[in-house]
Design a protein around this ligand. Sequence first.
Ligand code: PEP
Ligand code: CO
Length: 461
Amino acid sequence: MNLPSVSPVTATTPSLSEDEQLAHLASWRELPALQQPRWPDENSLREVFAALRSAPPLVFAGEVDLLRTRLADAAEGKAFLLQGGDCAETFAESTAHHIRNKIRTILQMSVVLTYGASMPIIKMGRMAGQFAKPRSQDTETRNGVTLPCYRGDAVNGYGFTEAERTPDPQRLWRAYTTSASTLNLIRAFIGGGLADLREVHSWNRGFVKGNGCDRYEQLAHDIDKALRFMEACGSGTQALKAVEFFSSHEALLLDYEEALSRIDTRTGNVYDCSGHFLWIGERTRQLDGAHVKFLSQVRNPIGVKLGPSTKVDDALRLIDALDPEREPGRLTFITRMGARVIRDKLPELISGVQAEGGRVAWVCDPMHGNTITSSNGYKTRRFSDVMNEVTGFFEVHRALGSIPAGLHTELTGDDVSEILGGTEKIDEAGLARRYETLVDPRLNHQQSLELAFLVAEMLAA
Ligand code: PEP
Ligand code: CO
Protein backbone atom coordinates (compact mmCIF):
# COMPACT_ATOMS: atom_id res chain seq x y z
CA MET A 1 0.00 0.00 0.00
CA ASN A 2 1.12 3.49 -0.74
CA LEU A 3 -0.16 7.03 -0.85
CA PRO A 4 -3.75 7.38 -1.96
CA SER A 5 -4.12 7.52 -5.68
CA VAL A 6 -6.07 5.82 -8.41
CA SER A 7 -5.89 3.89 -11.62
CA PRO A 8 -8.63 2.25 -13.67
CA VAL A 9 -9.90 -1.17 -12.79
CA THR A 10 -8.10 -3.22 -15.38
CA ALA A 11 -4.77 -1.39 -15.38
CA THR A 12 -4.64 -1.78 -19.14
CA THR A 13 -4.90 1.93 -19.87
CA PRO A 14 -1.63 3.82 -20.34
CA SER A 15 -0.31 4.97 -17.00
CA LEU A 16 -1.66 8.27 -15.77
CA SER A 17 0.07 10.64 -13.41
CA GLU A 18 -1.07 10.41 -9.81
CA ASP A 19 -2.95 13.68 -10.15
CA GLU A 20 -4.76 12.45 -13.23
CA GLN A 21 -5.58 9.22 -11.47
CA LEU A 22 -6.96 11.09 -8.47
CA ALA A 23 -9.07 13.31 -10.66
CA HIS A 24 -10.41 10.18 -12.31
CA LEU A 25 -11.47 8.60 -9.02
CA ALA A 26 -13.22 11.83 -8.02
CA SER A 27 -15.30 11.80 -11.21
CA TRP A 28 -18.34 10.51 -9.29
CA ARG A 29 -18.67 14.10 -8.06
CA GLU A 30 -19.93 15.19 -11.48
CA LEU A 31 -22.84 12.75 -11.34
CA PRO A 32 -26.01 12.67 -9.25
CA ALA A 33 -25.15 11.03 -5.92
CA LEU A 34 -28.29 9.96 -4.08
CA GLN A 35 -28.55 9.46 -0.32
CA GLN A 36 -25.62 11.72 0.58
CA PRO A 37 -26.02 13.76 3.77
CA ARG A 38 -26.24 17.54 3.59
CA TRP A 39 -23.13 18.27 5.64
CA PRO A 40 -23.58 21.75 7.11
CA ASP A 41 -19.87 22.29 7.65
CA GLU A 42 -17.86 21.95 4.43
CA ASN A 43 -14.56 22.81 6.13
CA SER A 44 -14.98 20.09 8.66
CA LEU A 45 -15.75 17.63 5.84
CA ARG A 46 -12.56 18.66 4.00
CA GLU A 47 -10.51 18.20 7.17
CA VAL A 48 -11.86 14.72 7.82
CA PHE A 49 -11.41 13.77 4.18
CA ALA A 50 -7.73 14.77 4.38
CA ALA A 51 -7.26 12.85 7.63
CA LEU A 52 -8.84 9.71 6.18
CA ARG A 53 -6.72 10.07 3.03
CA SER A 54 -3.53 9.71 5.02
CA ALA A 55 -4.79 7.13 7.52
CA PRO A 56 -3.73 3.46 7.23
CA PRO A 57 -6.00 1.29 5.05
CA LEU A 58 -8.39 -1.01 6.92
CA VAL A 59 -7.83 -3.94 4.60
CA PHE A 60 -4.96 -5.07 2.43
CA ALA A 61 -5.23 -5.41 -1.36
CA GLY A 62 -3.94 -8.99 -1.21
CA GLU A 63 -6.87 -9.99 1.00
CA VAL A 64 -9.28 -8.31 -1.38
CA ASP A 65 -7.81 -10.27 -4.30
CA LEU A 66 -8.10 -13.50 -2.33
CA LEU A 67 -11.77 -12.77 -1.71
CA ARG A 68 -12.31 -12.20 -5.43
CA THR A 69 -11.00 -15.69 -6.16
CA ARG A 70 -13.20 -17.14 -3.41
CA LEU A 71 -16.26 -15.44 -4.90
CA ALA A 72 -15.31 -16.72 -8.34
CA ASP A 73 -15.52 -20.21 -6.79
CA ALA A 74 -18.92 -19.39 -5.34
CA ALA A 75 -20.21 -18.25 -8.74
CA GLU A 76 -19.20 -21.65 -10.13
CA GLY A 77 -20.76 -23.68 -7.33
CA LYS A 78 -17.45 -24.55 -5.67
CA ALA A 79 -17.99 -22.43 -2.54
CA PHE A 80 -20.92 -20.70 -0.84
CA LEU A 81 -21.01 -17.18 0.59
CA LEU A 82 -22.45 -16.48 4.04
CA GLN A 83 -22.72 -12.75 4.62
CA GLY A 84 -24.37 -11.44 7.77
CA GLY A 85 -24.47 -8.76 10.41
CA ASP A 86 -26.48 -5.78 11.57
CA CYS A 87 -28.60 -3.69 9.27
CA ALA A 88 -26.76 -0.75 10.83
CA GLU A 89 -23.81 -1.12 13.16
CA THR A 90 -23.66 1.52 15.90
CA PHE A 91 -20.70 3.00 17.73
CA ALA A 92 -22.29 2.18 21.09
CA GLU A 93 -22.73 -1.50 20.25
CA SER A 94 -19.31 -2.00 18.70
CA THR A 95 -18.24 -3.69 21.92
CA ALA A 96 -16.28 -6.91 22.43
CA HIS A 97 -19.44 -8.64 23.63
CA HIS A 98 -21.54 -7.80 20.57
CA ILE A 99 -18.73 -8.43 18.11
CA ARG A 100 -17.96 -11.83 19.64
CA ASN A 101 -21.60 -12.89 19.58
CA LYS A 102 -21.96 -11.95 15.92
CA ILE A 103 -18.75 -13.71 14.91
CA ARG A 104 -19.75 -16.76 16.90
CA THR A 105 -23.15 -16.87 15.21
CA ILE A 106 -21.67 -16.56 11.73
CA LEU A 107 -19.10 -19.28 12.52
CA GLN A 108 -21.80 -21.58 13.90
CA MET A 109 -23.93 -21.08 10.81
CA SER A 110 -20.95 -21.72 8.60
CA VAL A 111 -20.14 -25.08 10.22
CA VAL A 112 -23.67 -26.26 9.51
CA LEU A 113 -23.52 -24.92 5.97
CA THR A 114 -20.10 -26.43 5.28
CA TYR A 115 -21.48 -29.82 6.11
CA GLY A 116 -24.65 -29.32 4.08
CA ALA A 117 -22.86 -27.92 1.06
CA SER A 118 -19.76 -30.13 1.25
CA MET A 119 -17.81 -27.13 0.11
CA PRO A 120 -16.03 -24.16 1.65
CA ILE A 121 -18.18 -21.41 3.13
CA ILE A 122 -16.93 -17.87 2.56
CA LYS A 123 -17.50 -16.07 5.84
CA MET A 124 -18.24 -12.36 5.60
CA GLY A 125 -19.56 -9.89 8.16
CA ARG A 126 -21.79 -6.95 7.43
CA MET A 127 -19.36 -5.61 9.96
CA ALA A 128 -16.53 -3.15 10.53
CA GLY A 129 -17.98 -0.42 8.32
CA GLN A 130 -21.78 -0.80 8.09
CA PHE A 131 -22.46 2.61 9.61
CA ALA A 132 -24.43 4.45 6.90
CA LYS A 133 -28.02 3.86 5.80
CA PRO A 134 -30.07 4.89 2.78
CA ARG A 135 -33.49 6.16 3.89
CA SER A 136 -36.78 6.52 2.07
CA GLN A 137 -37.46 9.97 3.60
CA ASP A 138 -35.07 12.86 4.14
CA THR A 139 -36.83 14.02 7.27
CA GLU A 140 -38.80 12.63 10.17
CA THR A 141 -41.66 14.45 11.94
CA ARG A 142 -42.68 13.81 15.53
CA ASN A 143 -45.33 15.87 17.33
CA GLY A 144 -45.07 18.63 14.75
CA VAL A 145 -41.24 18.79 14.92
CA THR A 146 -39.39 17.95 11.68
CA LEU A 147 -35.70 16.95 11.74
CA PRO A 148 -33.34 15.20 9.31
CA CYS A 149 -33.84 11.44 9.48
CA TYR A 150 -31.23 9.17 11.04
CA ARG A 151 -28.74 8.06 8.35
CA GLY A 152 -26.48 5.83 10.42
CA ASP A 153 -23.85 6.61 13.04
CA ALA A 154 -21.36 7.67 10.35
CA VAL A 155 -23.64 10.63 9.61
CA ASN A 156 -25.77 11.67 12.60
CA GLY A 157 -27.20 10.53 15.93
CA TYR A 158 -30.41 8.59 16.50
CA GLY A 159 -31.73 10.87 19.29
CA PHE A 160 -34.55 13.10 18.12
CA THR A 161 -32.89 16.48 18.75
CA GLU A 162 -31.57 19.04 16.33
CA ALA A 163 -28.02 18.59 17.67
CA GLU A 164 -28.07 14.81 17.23
CA ARG A 165 -29.71 14.77 13.85
CA THR A 166 -27.45 17.38 12.24
CA PRO A 167 -24.93 15.54 10.03
CA ASP A 168 -21.43 15.85 11.49
CA PRO A 169 -18.40 14.96 9.31
CA GLN A 170 -16.34 14.10 12.42
CA ARG A 171 -18.54 11.00 12.61
CA LEU A 172 -16.83 9.72 9.45
CA TRP A 173 -13.60 9.66 11.39
CA ARG A 174 -15.30 7.78 14.20
CA ALA A 175 -16.71 5.31 11.65
CA TYR A 176 -13.12 4.70 10.52
CA THR A 177 -11.70 4.20 14.03
CA THR A 178 -14.62 2.00 15.09
CA SER A 179 -14.21 -0.09 11.95
CA ALA A 180 -10.50 -0.41 12.75
CA SER A 181 -11.10 -1.58 16.32
CA THR A 182 -13.84 -3.98 15.20
CA LEU A 183 -11.65 -5.48 12.52
CA ASN A 184 -8.77 -5.74 14.97
CA LEU A 185 -10.90 -7.76 17.37
CA ILE A 186 -12.26 -9.95 14.58
CA ARG A 187 -8.73 -10.74 13.43
CA ALA A 188 -7.73 -11.50 17.04
CA PHE A 189 -10.72 -13.80 17.64
CA ILE A 190 -10.17 -15.67 14.41
CA GLY A 191 -6.42 -15.98 14.89
CA GLY A 192 -6.78 -16.75 18.59
CA GLY A 193 -8.86 -19.92 18.36
CA LEU A 194 -12.48 -18.73 18.55
CA ALA A 195 -13.02 -20.31 15.14
CA ASP A 196 -11.92 -23.83 16.15
CA LEU A 197 -14.39 -26.06 14.32
CA ARG A 198 -14.87 -28.53 17.18
CA GLU A 199 -15.62 -25.77 19.62
CA VAL A 200 -18.01 -24.03 17.24
CA HIS A 201 -19.88 -27.23 16.56
CA SER A 202 -20.26 -28.03 20.25
CA TRP A 203 -22.23 -24.77 20.50
CA ASN A 204 -24.48 -26.02 17.70
CA ARG A 205 -25.19 -29.21 19.61
CA GLY A 206 -26.33 -27.02 22.48
CA PHE A 207 -28.66 -25.19 20.14
CA VAL A 208 -30.25 -28.36 18.77
CA LYS A 209 -30.75 -29.92 22.23
CA GLY A 210 -31.97 -26.75 23.88
CA ASN A 211 -34.70 -26.16 21.31
CA GLY A 212 -36.16 -29.55 20.74
CA CYS A 213 -35.15 -29.22 17.09
CA ASP A 214 -35.58 -32.93 16.32
CA ARG A 215 -35.43 -32.12 12.68
CA TYR A 216 -31.83 -31.01 13.02
CA GLU A 217 -30.71 -33.69 15.50
CA GLN A 218 -29.55 -36.03 12.75
CA LEU A 219 -27.63 -33.31 10.95
CA ALA A 220 -25.84 -32.24 14.14
CA HIS A 221 -25.02 -35.87 14.87
CA ASP A 222 -23.61 -36.36 11.36
CA ILE A 223 -21.40 -33.31 11.76
CA ASP A 224 -20.04 -34.76 15.03
CA LYS A 225 -19.15 -37.96 13.24
CA ALA A 226 -17.48 -36.10 10.38
CA LEU A 227 -15.36 -34.09 12.80
CA ARG A 228 -14.29 -37.20 14.69
CA PHE A 229 -13.40 -38.81 11.37
CA MET A 230 -11.29 -35.82 10.34
CA GLU A 231 -9.43 -35.86 13.61
CA ALA A 232 -8.87 -39.58 13.44
CA CYS A 233 -7.40 -39.14 9.97
CA GLY A 234 -4.99 -36.67 11.45
CA SER A 235 -6.42 -33.59 9.74
CA GLY A 236 -4.27 -31.36 11.89
CA THR A 237 -5.68 -29.12 14.57
CA GLN A 238 -4.42 -26.22 12.51
CA ALA A 239 -6.79 -27.07 9.67
CA LEU A 240 -9.73 -27.12 12.08
CA LYS A 241 -8.81 -23.67 13.31
CA ALA A 242 -7.86 -21.96 10.05
CA VAL A 243 -10.54 -19.53 9.02
CA GLU A 244 -10.74 -16.60 6.61
CA PHE A 245 -13.16 -13.85 7.53
CA PHE A 246 -13.97 -10.88 5.33
CA SER A 247 -15.61 -7.52 6.05
CA SER A 248 -18.25 -5.79 3.97
CA HIS A 249 -20.60 -2.82 3.99
CA GLU A 250 -22.81 -0.77 1.70
CA ALA A 251 -20.59 1.77 -0.07
CA LEU A 252 -23.02 4.61 0.45
CA LEU A 253 -21.03 7.66 1.56
CA LEU A 254 -18.80 8.32 -1.39
CA ASP A 255 -16.62 10.93 0.35
CA TYR A 256 -15.65 8.26 2.87
CA GLU A 257 -15.09 5.57 0.24
CA GLU A 258 -12.99 7.87 -1.94
CA ALA A 259 -10.89 9.00 1.02
CA LEU A 260 -10.08 5.38 1.94
CA SER A 261 -9.13 4.29 -1.57
CA ARG A 262 -5.45 3.47 -2.08
CA ILE A 263 -3.20 2.51 -4.94
CA ASP A 264 -1.65 -0.94 -4.58
CA THR A 265 2.08 -0.71 -5.19
CA ARG A 266 2.23 -4.32 -6.40
CA THR A 267 -0.15 -3.84 -9.29
CA GLY A 268 -0.82 -0.11 -9.61
CA ASN A 269 -4.55 -0.79 -9.21
CA VAL A 270 -6.91 1.05 -6.92
CA TYR A 271 -8.61 -0.64 -4.01
CA ASP A 272 -11.26 0.82 -1.75
CA CYS A 273 -9.58 -0.13 1.52
CA SER A 274 -12.58 0.58 3.77
CA GLY A 275 -13.58 -3.11 3.51
CA HIS A 276 -13.03 -6.25 1.45
CA PHE A 277 -16.42 -6.38 -0.26
CA LEU A 278 -18.60 -3.36 -1.00
CA TRP A 279 -22.13 -3.32 -2.26
CA ILE A 280 -24.40 -0.81 -3.94
CA GLY A 281 -27.89 -0.64 -2.47
CA GLU A 282 -31.19 -0.97 -4.30
CA ARG A 283 -31.72 2.79 -3.94
CA THR A 284 -28.38 3.93 -5.35
CA ARG A 285 -27.72 1.61 -8.29
CA GLN A 286 -28.70 4.08 -11.05
CA LEU A 287 -26.60 3.37 -14.14
CA ASP A 288 -25.77 7.03 -14.66
CA GLY A 289 -25.32 7.65 -10.93
CA ALA A 290 -22.29 8.35 -8.77
CA HIS A 291 -22.23 5.02 -6.91
CA VAL A 292 -21.94 2.83 -9.99
CA LYS A 293 -19.32 5.20 -11.41
CA PHE A 294 -17.20 5.20 -8.25
CA LEU A 295 -17.29 1.45 -7.71
CA SER A 296 -16.53 0.76 -11.37
CA GLN A 297 -13.10 2.28 -10.64
CA VAL A 298 -11.96 0.09 -7.75
CA ARG A 299 -10.71 -3.51 -7.84
CA ASN A 300 -12.74 -4.83 -4.92
CA PRO A 301 -15.39 -7.42 -5.55
CA ILE A 302 -18.67 -5.50 -5.80
CA GLY A 303 -22.23 -6.47 -4.95
CA VAL A 304 -25.41 -4.87 -6.25
CA LYS A 305 -28.79 -5.30 -4.56
CA LEU A 306 -31.57 -6.10 -7.01
CA GLY A 307 -35.22 -5.69 -6.01
CA PRO A 308 -38.37 -6.99 -7.72
CA SER A 309 -38.62 -4.10 -10.18
CA THR A 310 -35.21 -4.85 -11.75
CA LYS A 311 -35.39 -5.30 -15.53
CA VAL A 312 -33.10 -7.70 -17.38
CA ASP A 313 -31.72 -4.72 -19.25
CA ASP A 314 -30.79 -2.98 -15.96
CA ALA A 315 -28.91 -6.07 -14.85
CA LEU A 316 -27.06 -6.33 -18.17
CA ARG A 317 -26.08 -2.69 -18.13
CA LEU A 318 -24.86 -3.02 -14.55
CA ILE A 319 -22.67 -5.88 -15.70
CA ASP A 320 -21.30 -3.74 -18.53
CA ALA A 321 -20.57 -0.89 -16.14
CA LEU A 322 -19.11 -2.86 -13.23
CA ASP A 323 -17.73 -5.99 -14.83
CA PRO A 324 -16.95 -5.17 -18.46
CA GLU A 325 -14.39 -7.98 -18.65
CA ARG A 326 -16.78 -10.58 -17.17
CA GLU A 327 -14.18 -11.39 -14.56
CA PRO A 328 -15.18 -14.27 -12.27
CA GLY A 329 -15.67 -13.06 -8.69
CA ARG A 330 -15.86 -9.38 -9.59
CA LEU A 331 -19.64 -8.97 -9.48
CA THR A 332 -22.27 -10.38 -7.15
CA PHE A 333 -25.99 -9.80 -7.63
CA ILE A 334 -27.77 -9.85 -4.28
CA THR A 335 -31.42 -10.41 -5.07
CA ARG A 336 -34.04 -9.26 -2.54
CA MET A 337 -37.32 -9.94 -4.25
CA GLY A 338 -39.69 -10.81 -1.42
CA ALA A 339 -41.12 -14.26 -0.69
CA ARG A 340 -44.31 -13.56 -2.62
CA VAL A 341 -42.70 -12.71 -5.93
CA ILE A 342 -39.30 -14.41 -6.04
CA ARG A 343 -40.59 -17.39 -8.03
CA ASP A 344 -42.11 -15.02 -10.62
CA LYS A 345 -39.40 -12.40 -10.90
CA LEU A 346 -36.07 -14.14 -10.44
CA PRO A 347 -36.14 -16.64 -13.35
CA GLU A 348 -36.32 -13.97 -16.06
CA LEU A 349 -33.41 -12.06 -14.53
CA ILE A 350 -31.19 -15.12 -14.29
CA SER A 351 -32.03 -16.34 -17.79
CA GLY A 352 -31.44 -12.87 -19.24
CA VAL A 353 -28.01 -12.62 -17.62
CA GLN A 354 -27.09 -16.18 -18.60
CA ALA A 355 -28.09 -15.56 -22.20
CA GLU A 356 -25.66 -12.64 -22.42
CA GLY A 357 -22.76 -14.51 -20.82
CA GLY A 358 -22.81 -12.63 -17.50
CA ARG A 359 -20.68 -14.42 -14.89
CA VAL A 360 -22.08 -13.06 -11.65
CA ALA A 361 -22.46 -14.75 -8.29
CA TRP A 362 -26.17 -14.93 -7.37
CA VAL A 363 -26.78 -14.33 -3.68
CA CYS A 364 -30.11 -14.32 -1.83
CA ASP A 365 -31.02 -11.54 0.59
CA PRO A 366 -34.26 -12.88 2.09
CA MET A 367 -34.61 -9.87 4.39
CA HIS A 368 -35.26 -6.66 2.48
CA GLY A 369 -38.17 -7.79 0.33
CA ASN A 370 -40.03 -9.05 3.39
CA THR A 371 -40.24 -6.07 5.71
CA ILE A 372 -43.68 -5.37 7.23
CA THR A 373 -45.13 -3.28 10.04
CA SER A 374 -46.78 -5.27 12.83
CA SER A 375 -50.20 -4.21 14.08
CA ASN A 376 -48.49 -2.85 17.21
CA GLY A 377 -46.22 -0.66 15.12
CA TYR A 378 -42.90 -2.55 14.87
CA LYS A 379 -40.91 -2.74 11.66
CA THR A 380 -40.49 -6.50 11.43
CA ARG A 381 -40.33 -9.57 9.18
CA ARG A 382 -41.88 -13.01 9.39
CA PHE A 383 -39.35 -15.77 9.81
CA SER A 384 -41.59 -17.91 7.59
CA ASP A 385 -41.27 -15.34 4.77
CA VAL A 386 -37.48 -15.32 5.15
CA MET A 387 -37.43 -19.12 4.92
CA ASN A 388 -39.85 -19.05 2.00
CA GLU A 389 -37.74 -16.62 0.00
CA VAL A 390 -34.63 -18.74 0.55
CA THR A 391 -36.53 -21.85 -0.53
CA GLY A 392 -37.80 -20.04 -3.63
CA PHE A 393 -34.26 -18.91 -4.43
CA PHE A 394 -32.99 -22.50 -4.42
CA GLU A 395 -36.00 -23.75 -6.40
CA VAL A 396 -35.50 -21.16 -9.13
CA HIS A 397 -31.79 -21.84 -9.46
CA ARG A 398 -32.33 -25.59 -9.52
CA ALA A 399 -34.97 -25.25 -12.23
CA LEU A 400 -32.69 -23.11 -14.41
CA GLY A 401 -29.49 -25.01 -13.75
CA SER A 402 -27.87 -21.85 -12.39
CA ILE A 403 -25.84 -21.61 -9.21
CA PRO A 404 -27.15 -20.40 -5.83
CA ALA A 405 -23.93 -18.80 -4.62
CA GLY A 406 -24.75 -17.43 -1.20
CA LEU A 407 -26.93 -15.98 1.50
CA HIS A 408 -27.02 -12.36 2.74
CA THR A 409 -28.72 -11.81 6.09
CA GLU A 410 -29.31 -9.25 8.79
CA LEU A 411 -28.53 -10.91 12.08
CA THR A 412 -27.18 -10.40 15.53
CA GLY A 413 -25.63 -12.85 17.96
CA ASP A 414 -27.89 -11.64 20.74
CA ASP A 415 -31.26 -12.80 21.96
CA VAL A 416 -33.29 -9.92 20.51
CA SER A 417 -36.94 -10.14 19.47
CA GLU A 418 -37.23 -8.28 16.19
CA ILE A 419 -38.47 -10.94 13.73
CA LEU A 420 -41.74 -12.84 14.12
CA GLY A 421 -41.71 -16.65 14.46
CA GLY A 422 -38.90 -19.18 14.61
CA THR A 423 -38.62 -21.96 17.19
CA GLU A 424 -39.20 -19.44 19.98
CA LYS A 425 -42.46 -18.45 18.23
CA ILE A 426 -42.03 -14.71 18.75
CA ASP A 427 -45.44 -13.09 18.27
CA GLU A 428 -46.42 -9.43 17.87
CA ALA A 429 -46.62 -8.83 21.61
CA GLY A 430 -43.28 -10.61 21.99
CA LEU A 431 -41.54 -8.05 19.75
CA ALA A 432 -41.63 -5.60 22.65
CA ARG A 433 -39.46 -7.85 24.84
CA ARG A 434 -36.13 -6.90 23.27
CA TYR A 435 -36.51 -4.80 20.12
CA GLU A 436 -33.17 -2.98 19.80
CA THR A 437 -32.41 -2.33 16.15
CA LEU A 438 -32.29 1.29 15.01
CA VAL A 439 -33.15 0.46 11.41
CA ASP A 440 -34.16 -3.00 10.09
CA PRO A 441 -35.12 -6.04 12.21
CA ARG A 442 -32.47 -8.76 12.58
CA LEU A 443 -32.58 -12.52 13.01
CA ASN A 444 -31.58 -13.34 16.57
CA HIS A 445 -29.03 -16.01 17.45
CA GLN A 446 -31.58 -18.88 17.42
CA GLN A 447 -33.29 -17.78 14.24
CA SER A 448 -29.93 -17.43 12.49
CA LEU A 449 -28.99 -21.01 13.34
CA GLU A 450 -32.40 -22.27 12.33
CA LEU A 451 -31.95 -20.59 8.96
CA ALA A 452 -28.51 -22.18 8.59
CA PHE A 453 -29.95 -25.66 9.20
CA LEU A 454 -32.63 -25.04 6.59
CA VAL A 455 -30.12 -23.84 4.01
CA ALA A 456 -27.82 -26.76 4.82
CA GLU A 457 -30.70 -29.14 4.04
CA MET A 458 -31.25 -27.39 0.73
CA LEU A 459 -27.56 -27.41 -0.16
CA ALA A 460 -27.35 -31.10 0.63
CA ALA A 461 -30.44 -31.97 -1.44
C1 PEP B 1 -29.67 -3.02 3.53
O1 PEP B 1 -28.99 -3.97 3.11
O2 PEP B 1 -29.73 -2.69 4.73
C2 PEP B 1 -30.49 -2.28 2.55
C3 PEP B 1 -30.87 -1.03 2.75
O3 PEP B 1 -30.82 -3.04 1.49
P1 PEP B 1 -31.45 -2.67 0.08
O4 PEP B 1 -30.49 -1.75 -0.61
O5 PEP B 1 -31.56 -4.01 -0.56
O6 PEP B 1 -32.80 -2.04 0.35
CO1 CO C 1 -31.39 -3.38 6.24
